[in-house]
Write a protein that binds this ligand. Sequence first.
Ligand code: MG
Length: 224
Amino acid sequence: MKLREKINTWIFDLDNTLYSADSGIFQQVHKLMGEFISNNLNMDMTEAKKLQTKYYKQHGTTLRGLMDNHGIDPDHFLDEVHRLDYSIVDSNKMLNQELQKLEGRKIIYTNANKKHVIDVLDRIDLTDFFDEIFDIKMANYIPKPELKPYEQIIDLFNINPGTSAMFDDIAKNLVPAKKVNFTSVWIDAGYENFSDDVEASKEYLDFQTRDLSLFLKDVNEGKL
Ligand SMILES: [Mg+2]
């Protein structure tokens, strides 16, 4: 069955999925995270950066590591690290056209917070386009790829996994997606995120593409 006939719920990661990491927004986030750790845990930037990377790898997000090991207030952290210059993020006209053509519900599922989502959607001209946003706070700060928030989003939004597709630029985030029976689509950004494990995730990827716009165009034209 063609994807456009099978799928009625489209679940998208935000960062590096609906806009490119080439924008430099992540360098800003990483810098602010380092500064936050340095200021709040009283260590120099070199130590702070090491801890940041360690927690990201071990806990899925730096935030989770800071919460588990240092009792950091998550909302305070998220506010601080998203004081970004969003002017460098731009909209993608072709992507937006293809998104508009998709029939069914569209949902954002992100490890970031809602304010970041709202700010980015404004920049990429997709304000109010999505039916639902599932952010890290709604997931009780449990990040992808832990299984629990995937079960939660299904419950919360009454999702039928068999008719849902999930898109993410981190392959290992699609492992639980496949396990809960979503159709999984990996956006291959051309380089491996340092926390990712593409090789171990491969068997869970139903589709992969280098360009989300072209993939959705094929879906809309009934080629997939
Ligand atoms: Mg992403």
